[in-house]
Write a protein that binds this ligand. Structure first.
Ligand code: PGA
Length: 250
């Protein structure tokens, strides 16, 4: 039985002071949850977030990483630096980074392998644009991303990855995929993993849905058989709203 993962993505929001205030309220609200709770915060908030969640059931992740260990890469933060301070999760290949920072599948693939080499679990994001959906090529887009992003990834790494299906037209728009469509896409990903790595690993991997998840739609989405939780943007910024999503099963 796969346990649910509820991951928040703060994007470019909240200062270290906001971070401390958030966890002061949030930690108590989710202390009884058996779900895996991850908050992916901006780099500048990582120290405050790690301190504020010490000895709690809340884990901290980042929203990106550079696959190089060190070097002349102005403005970047390396996978090794994150490992050294105890980061265990990172979003990789979010559509906003693919779109605004021109991250390709080859680059995403390098980051995924580097993350595992440094003991960091990637939360890989895949999903189609509205244009691709209307053209009827959403499935092909998702399959190509999975194939390229996981290329040559060893099975012992693949079994630990978290994948988020995030249709780009649903991100930050208030439009959510129907629970049936979201489940179908997550199942498509699981079937592809099965072809690549076999049934056992496909059954183990957690596949999340992301795109305008809110307290009001979390239950119906997360109750679907192939949806193992959510990657939540806007609704993770405020402790009460994110706690309601984490506690969807209470
Ligand atoms: P949203 O963002 O919940 O605000 O739509 C989701 C995401 O981009 O991860």
């Amino acid at each position: 039985m796969r346990n649910k993962v509820i991951a928040g993505n703060w994007k470019m929001n909240h200062s270290p002071i906001d971070t401390r205030n958030f966890f002061e309220r949030f930690n108590g609200l989710v202390a009884d949850s058996n779900n895996e709770i991850i908050l992916c915060v901006p780099y500048i908030d990582v120290a405050a977030a790690l301190e504020s969640t010490h000895n709690t059931n809340v884990k901290i992740g980042t929203q990106n990483l550079n696959h190089e260990v060190s070097g002349a890469l102005t403005g970047d933060v390396s996978v090794k630096m994150l490992e050294d301070i105890g980061i265990k999760y990172s979003i990789i290949g979010h559509s906003e980074r693919r779109q605004f920072h021109h991250e390709t599948d080859d680059f995403v693939n390098l980051k995924i392998k580097a993350a595992f080499d440094h003991d960091i679990i990637p939360i890989l994001c895949v999903g189609e644009t509205l244009y691709e959906r209307e053209l009827g090529i959403a499935r092909e887009k998702i399959i190509i991303q999975i194939r390229k992003d996981l290329e040559d990834l060893p099975a012992n790494y693949a079994r630990q990855i978290i994948i988020a299906y995030e249709p780009i037209w649903a991100i930050g728009t208030g439009k959510t995929a129907s629970k049936e469509d979201a489940n179908e896409a997550c199942k498509l990903i699981r079937d592809e993993i099965k072809k690549m790595y076999g049934t056992e690993i496909a059954d183990e991997i957690r596949i999340l849905y992301g795109g305008s998840v809110k307290p009001t739609n979390a239950v119906e989405l997360f109750d679907m058989p192939d949806i193992d939780g959510g990657l939540v943007g806007g609704a993770s910024l405020e402790p009460d709203s994110f706690a309601k999503i984490v506690n969807f099963d209470k």
